[in-house]
Design a binder for this molecule. Sequence first.
Ligand SMILES: Cc1cc2nc3c(=O)[nH]c(=O)nc-3n(C[C@H](O)[C@H](O)[C@H](O)COP(=O)(O)O)c2cc1C
Length: 182
Amino acid sequence: MKTLILNGSPHKEGNTASLLKLFTERLRGEYIIVSAYDGGISPCTDCRYCQKHGKCCKKDGMEEVYGYAAGCDNILIASPVYFSELTPPLLAVGSRFQAFYCARRFLGSEPAPKAKRGGILLIGGGDGEYYMAEKSAAILLKIMGAAGDFPLVYCGNTDNVNSEENREAVRKVLDLVDSFAG
Ligand SMILES: Cc1cc2nc3c(=O)[nH]c(=O)nc-3n(C[C@H](O)[C@H](O)[C@H](O)COP(=O)(O)O)c2cc1C
């Protein structure tokens, strides 16, 4: 079983990282974590190459991600909520999946034929809105080829309680990883 994890946090030991550690400790099979803040992946510039060729013309870290996304069984989008959205670098990485969208829309080809599940892990400092982040994550998961319902874990109030001390969030993360099993 292969799992692609897209991580939108800039912190190596932050709240998202803590829950991802829990998640990957229990996860079966292999996985890769793509950290949006580590650079190496530039945003889509709508050059429209993919409308004719069904793939992206940019040569960067995304080439490996496309291959993994196409062949994996699960995709998890994990991100802090910034202004109720996914973090900007994660949206930039996500924008590169426009190549998948265009392959389907303009060329009628399927860039990610393998069935896959999706899940969403969102972290917020307060107890505010995360609807836009959830919606964006769901759109990206569908473009990446995931189907079905996408289980969501929202861990709020990290301004006061670190994510790994949030028992409810920890329990839901363990449920989420179980939903990726088998
Ligand atoms: C620019 C910025 C915008 C933020 N916007 C929100 C927000 O809209 N809602 C919220 O609950 N927290 C917001 N936060 C707080 C982060 O989501 C919170 O600190 C989170 O725990 C960071 O996760 P990390 O430690 O994994 O990076 C924001 C933080 C930053 C830096």
